[in-house]
Unconditional design. Sequence first.
Length: 131
Amino acid sequence: MEDWKIKISVLWLFASIAFLAHQILVLMEPGIIADLMAGEAEGQKIGPELILFFAILMLVPMLMAFLSLTLKDSMDRWVNIIVGAIFAVLWLVSVVDAAQSAYWGGALMTLSAVVASALIVWYAWKSKQIA
């Protein structure tokens, strides 16, 4: 097994756990649980679509950890570059939102997911030179 694939897989797991930790820390913000009980999250009505969206956000990084170890090198490289870049941008938006709420724990956890995603893209890109 190539070293870069293992690094990328671990980084996907790290990013996934960091994002989940951010979600847990958000629950500690005053008023969040009351909003959730009222059927609202971050100003949006909670419905099946929103729940599916967050389920996908949580599932894709875990799936990528597995795929990073099982896909052929060239496919693995491009899938990690594309999906890693998409998640880096998505999580960067979350960092900005978390920083504006002044609850720095959530921002820190999501920022670590952004860094992990950037490293995923870096290692995947760099692997082309190794292979």
